[in-house]
Design a protein around this ligand. Structure first.
Ligand SMILES: NC(=O)c1ccc[n+]([C@@H]2O[C@H](COP(=O)([O-])OP(=O)(O)OC[C@H]3O[C@@H](n4cnc5c(N)ncnc54)[C@H](OP(=O)(O)O)[C@@H]3O)[C@@H](O)[C@H]2O)c1
Length: 400
């Protein structure tokens, strides 16, 4: 029986994780669940899974949750804040941690799980993008098991030899091919992108996801963050990580080998597959995902990404090449710009302009400590907010 903490239980990945866990009560118990502010959803999850601890983002939310749990006669302990998240990620009773908080807020608890030597199931790509080498060092020092949840990285993980040690040449790996659906704006006329709405940007053609990653998919920053994530997970330089547009999202990624072989992982686009893969690794368990019928899919298409249409992808490659704290700057500026777009304070095409402006304006330095990374994160957030305040929304400006 494995005892699991889910960080970000009320989100898209959290809900899918609980769906898989509910199918296997003989294998998994839930030690702790966390949410930020969606207290009602978390209370309902507590009723079903009866965790020992539930963590939320504020004292008010904790009071509300405690009242709901009392009314349900549940003895789940309620806590709030970052230290409480770190505690449920590193508690002695915990075997595995699903790291599914969105954004930089997930860094501290995900790192706490890594430092405590847990099985870390990593959905929160932003944590690895920000802290890169520091995170991988923590995993190595504690002997934690790091399992990727992003469907692309989970696919690559499955396509690599079981004893892969983050050295591509030693395993005959020549390239990592990250597939990308291209998002909702793959074919939309570029000159109309200034006026797309948050609802349009969040309507992903293949995946159902939270709002931030949905906008990241529309700008392809998501793929850019994944390039950086792949670099750290698999030890490949930027030049060996190639993005391939594959609109059907049936192939979740591929690995090219020196002998000309290309190994791919295929399946229906449903995050329960990589989640089940990580929960049960190295075994295989049912996930609830329907078996892939290739005769129904019919055609698989591939094309090169257009870096002019998707400047965020180029910005991410630049940040990876620059190294140090550059990916943390990129990530922070992106989080602020995406939130501003979702709040309708800037237009879609201004997201990449805000990020590029921050990357140009702020010098990056060595990522020598988590404190150095967090200082750059804070500086980039402030610079991005200043840039957003100066820009204004293109539609609102036109209508003024
Ligand atoms: N969704 C996917 O298919 C998918 C695929 C690959 C990778 N990922 C990655 O997985 C992570 C989660 O994505 P998602 O789509 O599941 O996001 P989501 O649906 O927006 O859920 C985010 C979760 O994090 C919590 N949260 C939000 N802000 C927080 C904060 N400041 N402090 C603590 N908790 C906070 C939310 O709580 P509330 O509900 O209370 O707001 C929710 O439980 C992201 O890093 C994303 O890139 C997602």
């Amino acid at each position: 029986m494995q005892s699991i903490t889910i960080l970000g239980a009320t989100g898209s990945i959290g809900v899918s994780t609980l769906d898989v866990i509910a199918r296997h009560p003989d294998r998994y118990t839930v030690y702790a669940l966390s949410a930020h502010s969606r207290v009602d959803e978390l209370a309902a999850q507590c009723r079903q899974f009866q965790p020992k601890v539930a963590v939320v983002g504020s004292a008010d939310a904790a009071d509300q949750l405690a009242a709901l749990l009392r009314a349900m006669n549940l003895d789940t302990q309620v806590a709030w804040g970052e230290q409480a998240l770190c505690d449920i990620a590193s508690a002695g009773e915990v075997d595995g941690v699903m790291a599914a908080i969105v954004g930089a807020a997930g860094l501290a608890p995900t790192l706490a799980a890594a430092r405590a030597g847990k099985k870390v199931m990593l959905a929160n790509k932003e944590a690895l993008v920000m802290s890169g080498q520091l995170f991988m060092d923590a995993v190595a020092a504690s002997g934690a098991t790091l399992l990727p949840i992003d469907s692309e990285h989970n696919a690559i993980f499955q396509c690599l030899p079981a004893d892969y040690r983050r050295v591509p040449a030693a395993a005959g790996v020549t390239k990592i091919l990250l597939t990308a659906s291209g998002g909702p704006f793959l074919k939309r006329a570029v000159e109309t992108l200034d006026t797309v709405t948050p609802a349009e940007a969040c309507k992903h053609p293949k995946w159902v996801m939270g709002p931030k990653i949905s906008v990241d998919s529309a700008t392809m920053m998501n793929k850019g963050l994944e390039v950086i994530e792949a670099h750290w997970l698999f030890g490949a330089p930027a030049a060996q990580i190639e993005v391939v547009i594959h609109p059907q999202s049936v192939i979740h990624s591929m690995v090219s080998y020196a002998d000309g072989s290309v190994i791919a992982e295929l399946g229906n686009p449903d995050m329960r597959t990589p989640i089940a893969n990580a929960l049960a690794y190295p075994e295989r368990i049912a996930s609830g995902v329907a078996q892939l019928d290739l005769t129904q899919v019919g055609t698989l298409q591939f094309e090169k990404p257009d870096f002019k249409r998707f400047p965020c992808l180029a910005l991410a490659y630049d940040a990876l090449q620059a190294g140090g704290t550059a990916p943390a700057l990129l990530n922070a500026a992106n989080e602020v710009a995406v939130q501003a777009f979702l709040d309708e304070r800037i237009g879609f095409r201004q997201i990449d302009r805000v990020i590029a402006g921050v990357m140009d304006a702020l010098p990056h330095g060595p990522a020598s400590s988590i404190e150095a990374v967090m200082a750059q994160d804070a500086a980039a957030r402030a610079a991005a907010e200043r840039a957003i305040a100066a820009l204004g929304h293109p539609l609102k400006a036109a209508n003024a």
